[in-house]
Ligand binder design. Structure first.
Ligand code: PEP
Length: 255
């Protein structure tokens, strides 16, 4: 049985390809609302496009909001036009880097091996890595969900150096991202318990402390049900993280 440990929840926003310099006003508005949030309640992270990581990091200074990145290249430098290394996003202010988001896996053909290499690059820069996994609708319908998750967790995790302080797993069913659809609470519970077991197998006791986020159409209206599921240690939020009022509607579940 998994040892019982307390994990500090984290609500992470993934702004995807949304946000300009003026979007810093959303960070300011959110920080204002969060003044009432006890610091121990939960961590809050916003991962904007790389072009505004530096600006938002300045805006978020002295607040309870951390800024992260949505991706990094697996190499430290070199001929990779348009890509950004972990050191670059770290220098801009990123504390965490999302790797293996399903949109990267689909749009850019990222394999589990590439995702693991990106996670290693993140950890090498002393950034945390948020490793995303999740099944497609076809895989769920074929009852292959746990098989897919097992493969992704096994092969996408950094092989060494991962601890509960620098690694987060995000379970994001591909069919739930941006669709308004969500799995049932039992389905979420089943996958999170499964991932917990895999993390303990991979990392021993440390695996019990790693946070597992649910992602896929989390909104203020469904947040408290989803965040109340065992082994759900927070959420990775896309659409509902863009406006401070919506994002706060999710974060305040922990207030
Ligand atoms: C995401 O992009 O990680 C995500 C979960 O998006 P949404 O919340 O919009 O479904």
């Amino acid at each position: 049985m998994a040892p019982s440990v307390r994990r500090k929840p984290i609500i992470a926003g993934n702004w995807k390809m949304n946000g300009l310099q003026k979007s810093k006003s959303e960070v300011t508005k959110l920080a204002k609302r969060m003044e009432k949030l006890p610091t121990r309640a939960c961590d809050v992270l916003i991962c904007p496009p790389a072009t505004i990581i530096a600006t938002l990091s300045q805006t978020a200074k002295g607040t309870q909001i951390a800024i992260g990145a949505q991706d990094c290249h697996q190499n430290d430098s070199g001929a990779h036009t348009g890509d950004l290394s972990a050191a670059m996003v770290k220098e801009a202010g990123a504390k965490w880097i999302i790797v293996g988001h399903s949109e990267r896996r689909t749009d850019h053909g990222e394999t589990d091996k590439v995702v693991a290499a990106k996670a290693i690059a993140a950890l090498g820069q002393k950034c945390g890595a948020i490793v995303c996994v999740g099944e497609t609708l076809k895989e769920r319908k074929a009852k292959d969900t746990l098989k897919v998750i097992s493969r992704q967790v096994r092969n996408s995790l950094p092989k060494e150096g991962a601890t509960a302080k620098n690694l987060i797993l995000a379970y994001e069913p591909v069919w739930a991202i941006g669709t308004g659809l969500t799995p049932t609470l039992d389905q979420i519970r089943e996958v999170h318990a499964f991932i917990r077991k895999k993390l303990i197998t991979a990392l021993g006791d440390e695996g019990a402390k790693v946070r597992i986020l649910y992602g896929g159409s989390v909104k203020p209206a469904n947040a408290s049900d989803i965040l109340g599921v065992e082994d759900v240690d927070g959420a990775l939020v896309g659409g509902a993280s863009l406006k401070a009022s919506d994002f706060w509607g999710i974060i305040k579940t922990y207030a």
